[in-house]
Design a binder for this molecule. Structure first.
Ligand code: M6R
Length: 612
């Protein structure tokens, strides 16, 4: 949440900042702003998207080669010009951009107000700017860097900040605690950003800052220390990202591009992990911890949103095939509900971004209690990936659309491989079943491709329902999480109220919603729940609900009852979630498009939720 970019070097900073902000816009798009150091610190900021900032600065002085920028997702204070970042300290000595939340800001603000400092905004960030300035004015503080470090020792909360000081305009100071910051290393220049997307165009040499790090950057030098003023450990790494990954290509939206990438992202995710010659699954990242995993009393899987839905699929798989008890928890609940965890538990944290604050905090809590912590993340080097004992990356590539699509299928791919491998290791499935599962997984990309080819039909159906006010999504077994995911996709990008339900639960309440205006999306496959689902749908039919059914080619029950059909190829039920979710992603996409919604940047949302 919130995107930060910074540059110090010889280049024209304005274009680096604006391009960077456009790439980071998926992290927040309430307002945007920049500060350029050029005979003083010039700040320009505007409510709305980066394009509005661009129009606003068109007539302004934007020369300079040092600067910082920010795109905001509002936490403290409504999204308006005043609350937009960068924020300037009372006497104009410091300008800073911030991602995160200063939890003790009210207390600090009161204290600073009593000391005579004046505030103009509702933000926690302005408090930090004034706090730095307050220490800068103290006799024992001899530099901007020291003022930043001292101020940060008084702060409770999460931050990624980049600071410019009027008196030291050739310097950029950055600090991280809980909110990511990446330093890009060029020739006589440095870049700073919340993720690598603004940097990749200029250099592939980066440092992921650690919590507690402070970086002091000048054109030709970099000093990394801790807030306590000792030397910091860091590692220069090579980016595994290309500029092409960040383009929409020929697609109208990132979300559509990402949906269509799934045949590739699923196979990229299992490539190198399935050995078809040896009929085996090898998860390299778990090699050293399999003994602990196979000996586990139970597996707890945590995540948020779509990642939580992927976790639910895993619960069905692991319990059915590996016979290990699994609990799936919302990270935001798990971290606060004093759960009983200890040695012998395995906690798996699932996160596309690897930065979700609740998931990160929940895993840290479980780690302290002695559980083995595994991670399934998409973003390499992300905070969650770095906190875990072991893990497996999904190889979905950069996901920019706020609605998660390819990340979900990549997560389910990893979790399915994990479940099959665990079942095999624990001798709960025989070699023949193991090999059948591997074959089924290898067949998924082509099957997804064939579903994607059917997109015109899905678009046609979407047109029929684009004016709906509510929608119900039903599924059972492996396809219950898919119903939840389908409903989440629809509500987050089209703003239609949609609920996902276990089909068997419908008669306990949601059936009251059914009338001839309600679209009811039923997700089915040829599995052991099929007949039960058919009976549940009879109940919808009897009440004149509009049935949109995801069915397999072999279906000969639901298709008779449905008003509209999305047909998918047959598969083993254990991998059916990877297929059934695809028409639902496209359905949500087309409906949002027809309703004129901002598909890639839906209102109130941000891609990476780094606040709780
Ligand atoms: O990056 P994460 O997977 O941890 O993100 C979790 C959720 O914020 C995310 O899945 C969110 O629900 C998406 N917008 C869903 O499309």
């Amino acid at each position: 949440m919130c995107g930060i970019v910074g540059y110090i070097g010889e280049k024209n900073v304005y274009s680096i900042l604006v391009k960077g902000l456009q790439r980071l816009e998926y992290r927040g798009y309430d307002s945007a702003g920049i500060c350029i150091a050029n005979s003083g610190l010039k700040v320009y900021k505007k409510k709305g998207k980066v394009s509005e900032l661009e129009s606003f600065v068109a007539s302004k002085d934007i020369h300079g080669s040092i600067g910082i920028g920010h795109t905001r997702w509002a936490t403290h204070g409504e999204p308006n010009d005043l609350n937009a970042h960068p924020h300037t300290s009372m006497n104009g000595h410091f300008v800073l951009v911030h991602n995160g939340i200063i939890e003790n800001y009210a207390e600090l603000k009161k204290d600073l107000s009593e000391k005579g400092m004046v505030f103009h905004t509702d933000t926690d960030t302005e408090v930090l700017a004034n706090l730095i300035e307050y220490y800068y004015q103290q006799e024992e503080v001899d530099s901007a860097e020291m003022a930043v470090r001292v101020a940060l020792t008084k702060v409770v909360g999460a931050y990624g900040i980049v600071v410019l000081c009027n008196d030291e305009p050739e310097k950029m100071i950055a600090a991280r605690m809980g909110s990511p910051l990446v330093i890009g290393i060029g020739q006589g220049e440095y870049f700073l950003a919340s993720d690598a997307s603004p940097i990749v165009e200029y250099t592939d040499s980066v440092i992921y800052m650690n919590d507690g790090d402070v970086a002091i950057l000048e054109k030709n030098s970099m000093l990394l220390k801790t807030v306590e003023n000792s030397a910091a450990n860091f590692k220069v790494t090579k980016l595994d990202l290309s500029i092409g990954d960040l383009d929409k290509g020929d697609f109208e939206h990132y979300m559509l591009k990402e949906i269509f990438e799934q045949p590739k992202t699923i196979s990229d995710t299992y490539r190198g992990r399935i050995n078809p010659e040896k009929n085996d699954i090898v998860l390299g990242g778990l090699i050293d911890v399999w003994d602990q995993i196979t000996a586990a009393n139970r597996i707890i899987i945590i995540g948020c949103g779509t990642s939580w839905h992927a976790a639910l699929v895993a619960e069905y798989l692991i319990e059915e095939y590996a016979r290990v008890p699994v609990e799936v928890e919302y990270a935001s609940e798990f971290r606060y509900r004093k759960p009983i965890i200890g040695k012998g538990d395995v906690v798996v944290a699932i996160s596309q971004s690897g930065e979700t604050a609740d998931t990160l905090a929940a895993l840290k809590m479980a780690k302290e209690k002695g559980a083995l912590i595994l991670g399934i993340c998409n973003v390499v080097g992300s905070s969650i990936a770095r906190e875990t004992d072991a893990g497996v990356y999904t190889h979905a590539g950069t996901e920019i659309g706020v609605a998660s699509t390819k990340a979900f299928t990549a997560q389910v791919t990893v979790l399915t491989l994990f479940a099959f491998k665990l079942a095999h290791k624990k001798e709960k499935i025989d070699q023949q079943t193991y090999e059948l599962f591997i074959e089924e997984m290898l067949a998924i990309p082509d099957k997804v491709q064939s579903i994607l080819l059917g997109h015109p039909k899905i678009k046609e159906v979407a047109e029929k329902y684009s004016e709906a006010i509510n929608a119900l999504y039903l599924g059972r077994g492996y396809l219950f999480p898919v119903a939840l995911e389908g409903a989440l996709k629809l509500k987050e990008i089209s703003y239609i109220h949609a609920e996902g339900y276990a089909a068997g639960e419908m008669k306990h309440g949601p059936i009251a919603l059914v009338d001839d205006n309600l679209p009811v999306v039923v997700v089915s496959a040829q599995d052991s729940y099929y007949e039960k689902v058919v009976s549940n749908i009879q109940e919808v039919k009897a009440r004149k609900g509009n049935i949109i059914a995801v069915v397999t080619e072999e279906d000969n029950g639901l298709r008779e009852m449905a008003n509209d059909l999305f047909e998918i190829p047959c598969s083993h039920p254990a991998v059916a979630s990877l297929l059934t979710v695809v028409p639902l992603q496209l359905f949500a996409y087309y409906i949002a498009l027809m309703r004129g919604c901002d598909v890639d940047q839906p209102r109130n949302l941000a891609k990476s939720v780094t606040v709780e």
